[in-house]
Design a binder for this molecule. Structure first.
Ligand code: G16
Length: 547
């Protein structure tokens, strides 16, 4: 039985001391905070990733260095499990404990205790694939991560600068290589080819669509989007905007999916590109979120968010399943979070089973696995569609009895290939949306008309300690601080179709307040009044009132 290479770890750990004043937490999407405070976390995550691989008999684990939609100065890191899904929840706690050990000695002690408790066989191999986004703090943080790999002698493959969903794709492809579940060629090129080949088959014979404008948030998605534009050619004319990944300060600034969702307006940089009626979409900083939008004839902005994507895609898949004669065997279900617009929840529950889970793709992903086809999207545009292994077997083996059934099955099989089933993927989701729009001959307006959104408002509140906020009922109700939920309930009752909730963010040092109501002014008022209650209750800095 091998033991931990304690001396090798000690020498390297001393080069990556934990800042004494900071407390780290593995949150909604891994560790995420100011990039310049994450050096020790990266080193320790390098070791943890190696241990995770050993625990899983040498399967390849993914490590992504990104802070996604956050401001450029932030950075973060998250681990990806062998099938391309998020790290198992129990290990999030271990990650937090290891990240917070105050000294090298304490870290080594925690590490030894953990290896013993988790019964990790250190003689097993350890393999990791890692990547980063375009943030300026990335290279130094990756160097710290690599020191962690070195300390444990991990066999680590550098996937360079790429999107989060491509890293997830690589993890699954590497681990399934040569098996009957082979997911794809384990390279960025393999990813682009797999998805674009299926897309071309799905839109073959459909009239050419007007160019799609993609706002790349000045992030890493710009590179993959350019590759897609090249490979897709006339199958989907694309215009790329906000592709500057080198000028400091521009990442996610006044552009990108989070800007569109929270500001509910057109990124200023798109004003000269977008014509009335034309559709466009925004990616976020690591290209795992997607927001669509269009301007009407009066130049008014309309947003098509994750809820609208879920409704569009689910309806299309249900239609194909029926056309294939499989409605008795393949059930489609939806997973949402508390942020789902009340209009979308009403529309969807009238048609399909819908489940509500806490924020975070990991929660949605697991819930979606319970359906034959699970469509999950957060309102912020983060989501995908999962086809269960059994459903994929049915699609492969079903004998169609009519040409129409045969066409529908072929479409479903190609749709499985277009979708990145490992995690939310803005570019793969975008192509899925484009397939549906082409098949239904929908423009933005027709898609938007599926149901009407209730006006809503999302605000951030800076509080002294967000950990005092505890929730229940899929984050729809607060249990702490005591009494706060009752005050929110009292307020909400005063608004027609009113709904509001408060939850601590897992990616930013803020508390989020969401509100919706029948009319815009009331949704805004409700959000700001709930935010006001949060200030009163927690003694938050009144100069930090939400903008
Ligand atoms: C991450 C998660 C998403 C979540 C978002 C906001 O997105 O992957 O599931 O919706 O953070 O989370 P919170 O409200 O807890 O801050 P991303 O795109 O930033 O990785």
């Amino acid at each position: 039985m091998s033991t931990l290479p304690v001396e090798a770890i000690r020498v390297l750990a001393d080069r990556h001391p934990k800042p004494s004043s900071l407390k780290f937490q593995y949150g909604t999407a891994g560790f995420r905070t100011l990039g310049n405070s994450l050096d020790s976390v990266m080193f320790r995550v390098g070791i943890l990733a190696g241990l995770r691989s050993k625990k899983l008999d040498g399967k390849t684990i993914g490590v992504m260095v990104t802070a996604s939609h956050n401001p450029e100065a932030d950075n973060g890191v998250k681990l990806v499990d062998p099938r391309g899904e998020m790290l198992e929840a129990a290990w999030e706690g271990h990650a937090t404990v290891l990240a917070n050990a105050p000294s090298t000695d304490a870290f080594l002690e925690a590490l030894e205790g953990f290896v013993k408790a988790a019964k990790i066989d250190l003689s097993k191999p350890s393999k990791v694939v890692y990547a980063r986004d375009t943030r300026p703090s990335g290279p130094a943080l990756v160097a710290a991560l690599e020191d962690g790999f070195k300390a444990l002698n991990v066999d680590a493959r550098n996937a360079g600068v790429t999107t989060t969903p491509i890293l997830h794709y690589l993890v699954r492809s590497i681990n399934t290589k040569g098996t009957k579940d082979a997911y794809g060629e384990d390279s960025e090129e393999g990813y682009i080819n797999k998805i674009s080949t299926a897309f071309k088959k799905l839109v073959a014979g459909k009239p050419a669509s007007p160019p799609l404008i993609i706002d790349c948030a000045n992030g890493v998605g710009a590179k993959a989007a350019a590759e897609f534009a090249k490979v897709l050619g006339d199958a989907l004319p694309i215009t790329l905007v906000n592709t500057d990944t080198t000028t400091p300060g521009v990442l996610n600034h006044q552009c990108g999916a989070d800007f569109v969702k929270t500001q509910q307006k057109l990124p200023p940089s798109l004003a000269s590109h977008l014509k009335p009626g034309q559709r466009a979409c925004s990616l976020d900083g690591d290209a795992d979120r997607l927001m669509y939008f269009y301007l009407d004839e009066r130049g008014q902005f309309h947003m098509l968010d994750g809820d609208k994507i879920a409704a569009l895609v689910a309806a299309f898949i249900v239609e194909l399943v029926k056309a294939a004669g499989l409605e008795e065997k393949v059930r489609v279900g939806i997973v949402q979070t508390a942020y789902a617009n009340g209009g979308s929840t009403k529309y969807l529950t009238e048609r399909l089973p819908v489940k509500c889970v806490p924020t975070g793709v990991k929660h949605l992903h697991h819930a979606a696995e319970h359906y034959d086809v699970g469509v999950y999207f957060e309102a912020n545009g983060h989501g995908t569609v999962l086809f269960s292994p059994e459903t994929q077997r049915i699609l492969a083996e079903h004998q169609p009895s009519t040409p129409a059934q045969s066409t529908a099955i072929t479409h479903l099989i190609n749709i499985v290939q277009v979708i990145n089933q490992t995690v939310g993927d803005a570019l793969s989701d975008m192509l899925l949306v484009e397939v549906v729009l082409a098949h239904k001959s929908y423009n933005g307006y027709e898609w938007d008309s599926l149901y009407e959104d209730l006006p809503n408002r999302l605000v951030k509140v800076v509080v002294p300690d967000r950990t005092i906020f505890k929730t229940e009922d899929a984050e729809r109700r607060l249990v702490s601080p005591p009494g706060l939920q009752a005050r929110i309930d009292d307020l909400v009752r005063k608004y027609a179709s009113g709904r509001a909730f408060v939850r601590p963010s897992g990616t930013e040092d803020v508390v989020r307040v969401y509100a919706e109501a029948r009319v815009r002014a009331q949704a805004d008022e409700l959000a700001f009044r709930v935010a006001g209650i949060v200030y009163d209750e927690t003694g938050a800095d009144p100069t930090q009132r939400p903008a």
